[in-house]
Design a protein around this ligand. Structure first.
Ligand SMILES: [Zn+2]
Length: 284
């Protein structure tokens, strides 16, 4: 099974009340580890390239080409997604490069300007066959300025989706980005109300700050796409640190990056299992 449109993974999951995990990558080893973990779990997965990742590489094209190639080579269905793009030009470049799922993030704008800008991007992206995710207000934690107390109002969410035409909505329900520990308590009642009211799949950002049992409960309450970034960096960095401290004379980068890539694969398989079965398991 090669690269498939992310929408083909998200829509059936939404209808059936399942989750689809989207993992953010930094480099090619992340993408390889994520694909390997999904293969081990026998599940589809989405590889997400964030605008910050593009800034880190200095360009989208090289990391997009590598990620799309890894998706095509996987033995499970793999979608590729552009995450938190704050520029319309980057959204259009991603679509040109073959990325069919994009998150346009106009959450820094006020709600009226966000709606106008997102509707325009969604219209253009839809003309090119892409799937569009967006965010109303701000999911906490991005750039350290928002808090986990932000909440998406169901009525505002319904009107935002109707006005913009977006295909999926990132909601603020108690998580926040780059949270150092996995202790966020999600507002599950709000998730259920959003699921009942909003006619498109709901996306959880900041999932790395949510414990296993909270993630499983969030899926049961109605979240469909679960974005995970920080948790993979946590396990990669811990594995690299362990490997280097075991062997201070180690020079070959493959020896420690390999340990990091393996740790990512293990954690991806474990998290897919957590989301899929809704059964909590201990932290890695
Ligand atoms: Zn996010």
């Amino acid at each position: 099974m090669p690269h498939v449109p992310a929408a083909e993974l998200i829509l059936p999951a939404w209808r059936e009340g399942r989750a689809i995990a989207a993992f953010n990558l930094v480099g090619i080893e992340h993408a390889e580890g994520i694909a390997a973990g999904a293969e081990r779990a026998g599940s589809p997965v989405i590889l997400a390239i964030s605008h910050n990742c593009v800034r880190w590489h200095g360009a989208l094209a090289p990391i997009a080409a590598a990620t799309l190639a890894i998706a095509r080579g996987a033995s499970v269905p793999v979608g590729v997604h552009l995450d938190h793009a704050t520029s319309r030009d980057l959204v259009m470049e991603a679509i040109r490069l073959g990325i069919d799922s994009v998150m346009y993030d106009a959450s820094a704008l006020d709600d009226a300007a966000n709606t106008t800008a997102t509707a325009e991007v969604a219209r253009t992206a839809h003309e090119r066959g892409a799937w569009v995710e967006a965010e109303l207000g701000a999911v906490g934690g991005k750039d350290g300025v928002h808090s986990a107390t932000a909440r998406t109002d169901p009525d505002e969410a319904v009107s935002y989706v109707a006005s913009t035409g977006v295909d999926a909505l990132a909601v603020a329900v108690g998580s926040s980005h780059a949270r150092p520990v996995r202790d966020a308590a999600l507002d599950l009642d709000l998730v259920r109300r959003l699921r009942a009211a909003v006619p498109v799949p709901l996306v959880l950002h900041g999932s790395s700050g949510v414990p296993d049992e909270g993630l499983a409960a969030a899926v049961r309450a109605g979240l469909t796409k679960v974005n995970i970034a920080t948790q993979l960096n946590r396990v990669l960095t811990a594995a690299v640190r362990r490997r280097l401290s075991e062997d201070p004379a180690l020079v070959d980068a493959r020896r420690y990056l390999g340990a990091g890539r393996e740790a990512i694969a293990d954690e991806v398989a474990r998290l897919i299992d957590v989301l899929g079965r809704g059964t909590p398991s201990p932290l890695a």
